[in-house]
Design a protein. Structure first.
Lengths: 243, 413
């Protein structure tokens, strides 16, 4: 399997505070890779640094053989990396359809109808609500819209930041199902940040555990799911793990 | 709802505040002759009583108005039709205005001024209403448009029709020049910098006497010709007047009517352009930028070009308005381009409902003509103006027209 995304020695900081302290991570083409860790471990920072904000202080990010470390965010998206950012960040006063249109900014216009139909097939509720303003959707629907919007740019790598955050278990399960479907049917590679370690590890081909800015553990999803430390820190002691 | 006792207490408090304010403001009057002042405390008491009664009444009103607001929200679906009808009616009225019975020199001139404000409102609407960039120095582009027209006439002898598009270009360039340094700013910070830009332009115009004539301004600005033929009582040798060609006697009102129609045409073109551009990727990108800049970036939109295009488009529209303004007045000076103008145009956009073409047009007509209608009771003009603003902010806090029409519809999935 060839590496689609290869991160080596990545450092990033917010002012004086170093959030990433030399991260090495590889995402192979066609994989689902999960990134788990406690709050403040640097998971979201890692996703954002891939997208160029904050800038990498050291290290390289290579996507599909091309160094994207110093590119602007909007330019990185054009290479085929798309992000459903933390907190969904949909456009609240614009309709579902308009949100999808903006997601398709970098895509070939003639593919719009097909891509839109595919998003409505993955998330039928979005099709029903296509003329509804984004801000009036429920949390789960907004998350679906955020993912659908990210898919509209026809990405090869989809970055998902806590897609299950604040959702009812049933809705979260539905979203995880769709992520699997996207990966299996569209061959879109997924890098996923998740607090819900149990679900994430069950779904992921491989996973990394991030702790205070460094990767401390990596392996296949099943391996990490069976790992004593991981179970203690992130799964069984849910309350302890989140602290 | 409040009971009787708290309502009385609330009204009493308001009356106390009114008394405290009225005591120095109304209680004393400088003497007609000589030094010193006379007192008029009965008026202070009357003011206090009026505020007390008014506050009590206001407490009783809301029930009715809340109901009405809810009703209007539930009919939002049919609003699209209503907006279309209202817009069509307004356009028909605007086209017929010069032949209506009350058309006079004054009313047509006023209508032209109103159209200039409509154009300014639509221009600023792109920047503030669509792209969400708070611009307090919009008057700068109005001034750039007007001055580039006036200076081109003075130095190069260019005409209205040559300078109408060119002034748009110079104003758009000014928009980009302002845009580049403020790209990183948003909200309050952007507002302050644009405010400064507006002042800089005015002060430069005021002090660069050799170029702009300073406070004396520039006069003898020509009115628009009809296909190259002026509307005039007589013409110098070699020039045919339009009146001569169509064989009617000269009347000064003809110039006003022609300028009015030119302004109307410019306004309609800008309106058509604005409605179209909202459906194009660049218009959608402006709105997305207003909603969430970070999400825009994450979706591959370049905020730099989006902001610059919004600034340039808004500035270009302001430039067109400036040319029309200079042609209407025949004379411009820096005084016409003070902060007051920026504030008026911003109020037009806010009162009209940010992003709504019809709302902005209505607000522009109201704000431009209200001072004229108020002339009979000039003393109370500002009072009425203020009261109208407060009333809109209470009952229509998002502007006259708040319904945002989706830029795209799709009926089959």
């Amino acid at each position: 399997m060839s590496a689609l995304l290869k991160i080596s020695g990545l450092r990033a900081a917010y002012g004086q505070i170093e959030a990433l302290k030399g991260v090495d991570l590889t995402v192979g083409a066609g994989e689902i890779v999960a990134l788990i860790g406690a709050n403040g471990a640097g998971k979201s920072t890692l996703l954002m640094t891939i997208c160029g904000r904050p800038r990498a202080a050291a290290g390289t990010i290579v996507f599909d053989g091309r160094d994207i470390t110093n590119l602007q965010t909007f330019a990185i998206v054009r290479f085929g990396i798309s992000q459903a950012p933390e907190g969904r960040r949909i456009f609240p006063r614009m309709t579902v359809l308009e949100n999808l249109q903006i997601g398709a900014t970098t895509a070939a216009p003639e593919r719009f109808d097909r891509d839109r139909a595919r998003v409505f097939e993955l998330f039928p509720i979005l099709g029903e609500r296509r003329h509804q303003r984004g801000g009036t959707l429920s949390g789960g629907e907004q998350q679906m819209l955020a993912i659908g919007r990210a898919l509209m740019s026809q990405p090869r790598l989809l970055l998902l930041d806590e897609p299950s955050l604040g959702l009812a278990p049933l809705v979260a399960k539905q979203i995880f199902g769709v992520i699997r479907a996207i990966n299996a049917e569209e061959k879109i590679t997924v890098l996923l940040v998740e607090q819900n370690a149990h679900h994430a590890l069950r779904m992921a081909h491989r996973a990394y555990v991030l702790q205070t800015g460094s990767i401390v553990l990596s392996g296949t999803g099943a391996e990490l799911l069976a790992n004593e430390e991981v179970r203690a820190a992130y799964i069984e002691g849910g309350a302890r793990g989140a602290a | 709802m409040m009971g009787a006792a708290p309502r009385l207490k609330d009204a009493g408090l308001a009356a106390l505040v009114a008394l405290a304010l009225a005591f120095p403001l109304i209680g004393f009057e400088t003497a007609e002759s000589g030094v010193g002042f006379t007192t008029r405390f009965p008026w202070v008491a009357i003011a206090g009583a009026a505020v007390f009664a008014g506050r009590l009444l206001l407490g009783l009103l809301p029930q009715r108005f809340h109901l009405r607001q809810r009703a209007s929200r539930s009919t939002a679906v049919s609003d699209g039709k209503f907006v279309k009808l209202a817009a069509a009616a307004l356009i028909v009225f605007a086209v017929l205005l010069p032949v209506l019975p009350f058309a006079s020199r004054r009313s047509i001139d006023l209508a032209t001024l109103a159209l200039i404000y409509v154009i300014l409102g639509w221009g600023l609407n792109v920047v503030v209403g669509l792209a969400g960039l708070l611009d307090l120095g919009y008057v700068a582009f109005y001034a750039v448009g007007a001055y580039s027209f006036a200076l081109a006439v003075q130095w190069f002898g260019l005409s209205f029709w040559e300078m109408l598009p060119l002034s748009g270009v110079t104003a758009a360039t000014a928009g980009i020049l302002l845009g580049i340094p403020v790209l990183r700013l948003r909200g309050d910070y952007l507002a302050i910098v644009t405010l400064g830009f507006g002042e800089i332009v005015r002060i430069v115009l005021n002090n660069w006497t050799s170029m702009t004539g300073g406070p004396n301004g520039i006069g003898d600005i020509p009115r628009p010709t009809v296909f190259g033929m002026p509307i005039a009582p007589g013409a110098p040798a070699g020039v045919t007047t339009f009146n001569h060609v169509i064989g009617i006697a000269y009347d000064p009102i003809q110039r006003l009517i022609w300028l009015y129609y030119v302004a109307l045409a410019v306004a309609l073109i800008i309106n058509w352009f604005s409605l179209r551009i909202r459906r194009l990727p660049v218009g959608r990108a402006w709105e997305a930028l207003r909603e969430d800049e970070i999400a825009c970036r994450a979706l591959g939109l370049n905020p730099t070009t989006i902001k610059l295009s919004a600034f340039a488009t808004g500035a270009m529209t302001g430039g067109f308005a400036g040319v029309l303004f200079a042609a209407r007045a025949g004379f411009i000076s820096p005084e016409s381009f003070n902060f007051q103008e920026s504030a008026t145009v911003l109020s037009i956009v806010v009162l009209g409902g940010m992003g709504s073409q019809l709302g902005v047009a209505l607000a522009a007509v109201i704000l431009a003509t209200l001072p004229e209608f108020g002339r009979e009771f000039a003393q109370y003009r500002m009072l009425i103006f203020g009261a109208a603003m407060v009333a809109i902010m209470i009952w229509r806090p998002r502007g006259l027209f708040t319904v945002r029409a989706p830029s795209v519809r799709l009926d089959q999935t």
